[in-house]
Design a protein around this ligand. Structure first.
Ligand SMILES: Cc1ncc(COP(=O)(O)O)c(C=O)c1O
Ligand SMILES: N[C@@H](CCCC[NH3+])C(=O)O
Length: 421
């Protein structure tokens, strides 16, 4: 469910017409709906309600501090993967005890920073990382709460580039070695084992791989407890997929996911953590862009828009599909024409859609790329010296710019010229 709907012939974010925002901030811009973010978070709260749980929003999917604060106000914890994300979570007012630190290559500096600022747990991904954390925590005279991220060797059945739980993937420690590694961790100073972690991939559209992984997790918990470890908490990762197009079959809902979690893991009496990103933020955001030119090629029509692959890289990177809607609702029965929707960057990969059926749009018309709230703004860059796109949040009938567009002067002024040039 989202709150980007046509009202009186205009695409709205909640009760604000997107064209009103376009007039105020210029295009392109990202727009998020506070109501959608809230709704999606609450779906997970309801789905896990009978179990003790904490929903740790995956900051990597959308790290704007206003988004984090909105979710934190609803009771969310945060899943971070860098010192920068940790600092963003803190800036949004999240307490250290509600922040979990994931990531395959945490540095000692990041460990120290999180231990000093407070942390719920580190999700440790290798033995060298365990050793480093043990040393850093011991030097600070504290105990670092840890879980091992266990790689269950389950194929998530998702895009090759975002599958993380097969034995050839770089993530976690092999489940076959988990017992030995937990035994080792238990002997190391400065560490306190609190649970087990898994994350098998992103944009999963089927519950079966989750269930296969969590079944292995349940077995492992039994083994580790029998070995004398105190396992009170399970981090199940994120990964539940979203519909990127209205014509697709919808992926499972948080309710279905929650029911499965209860069935497979509920009897263990553990506190459950999940790390959803995309399901909370993905359909809570759109990227609005304006057509600069309509161009007739040899064998096709092009719409050249003012957003580009540097602003939303998913189509170029994964061949991802995003629905495209005109801000002005096409008249019923208006003819649709196939066009390639492309950005201005000098790469053929700067293509948002090929041969997409759209109404007859012209220069000056605006469109919204849907499902852009997750892995959109966070993956953007300044390639071609294009300023980062501003972000706006709508709540009801009002909106606020939650990250302004930097000026060209600001961008240019960041470089330094060495004296010897
Ligand atoms: C460790 C970890 N947790 C959570 C997530 C969030 O995943 P998603 O946005 O698919 O829910 C990711 C990204 O895949 C991740 O790597
Ligand atoms: N960036 C990816 C998801 C990666 C998930 C992070 N572990 C996407 O846009 O789909």
């Amino acid at each position: 469910m989202d709150h980007f709907l046509y009202q009186n012939g205009q695409l709205h974010a909640e009760d604000v017409a997107l064209s009103t925002i376009a007039e105020a901030v210029g295009t392109p811009f990202y727009c998020y709906s506070a109501a959608t973010l809230t709704r999606h978070f609450q779906l997970f709260q309801e789905a896990l309600s009978p179990l003790p749980h904490l929903i740790c929003f995956a900051v990597k999917s959308n790290s704007n501090i206003a988004v984090l604060k909105l979710l934190a106000n609803l009771g969310a914890g945060m899943d971070v993967v860098s010192m920068g994300e940790y600092m963003r979570a803190k800036a949004a007012g999240v307490k250290g005890e509600h922040i979990v630190f994931s990531g395959v290559g945490k540095t000692r500096e990041e460990m120290r920073h999180a231990l000093e600022g407070g942390i719920r747990q580190f999700n440790v991904e290798s033995e060298p990382e365990l050793e480093a954390l043990s040393q850093v925590a011991s030097a600070l005279g504290v105990k670092a709460p840890i879980m091992m991220r266990v790689n269950p060797d389950v194929d998530a059945g998702t895009h090759e580039k975002i599958s993380t739980g097969r034995k050839g993937d770089k993530f976690g420690v092999p489940i076959s070695r988990a017992r030995e590694i937990y035994a080792r961790a238990a002997t190391m100073p400065g560490l306190q084992i609190v649970g087990v972690d898994m994350h098998i991939g992103s944009q999963l559209t089927d519950l079966a791989p989750f269930e296969a992984a969590y079944t292995k997790m349940a077995e492992l918990v039994g083994v580790l407890r029998a070995d004398g470890h105190k396992i009170d908490r399970l981090d199940l990762g994120g990964g539940l997929g979203i519909p990127y197009t209205r014509s697709n079959e919808a992926p499972p809902l948080p309710t279905d996911y929650g029911a499965m979690v209860k069935r497979v893991l509920g009897h263990l009496g553990c506190e459950i953590e999940i790390e959803p990103g995309r399901l909370i933020s993905g359909n809570a955001g759109v990227l609005v862009t304006e057509v600069i030119y309509r161009k007739t090629g040899e064998d096709r029509e092009f719409l050249i828009v003012d957003a580009a692959m540097n602003d939303l890289i998913r189509p170029a990177m994964y061949g991802a599909y995003h629905d495209i809607d005109a801000l002005i609702e096409p008249a019923a029965g208006a003819p649709m024409q196939p066009v390639d929707v492309v950005g201005p960057i000098c790469e053929s990969g700067d293509t948002f859609a090929k041969q997409r059926a759209l109404p007859a749009l012209q220069a000056g018309d605006r469109v919204a790329f849907r499902s852009a709230g997750a892995y959109g703004a966070v993956m953007s860059s300044e390639y071609n010296t294009r300023p980062m796109v501003p972000e706006v949040m709508v709540s009801g009938d009002h909106f606020a710019v939650i990250r302004p567009r930097p000026s060209y002067e600001e961008m240019i002024a960041r470089d330094r010229l060495p004296e010897w040039l």
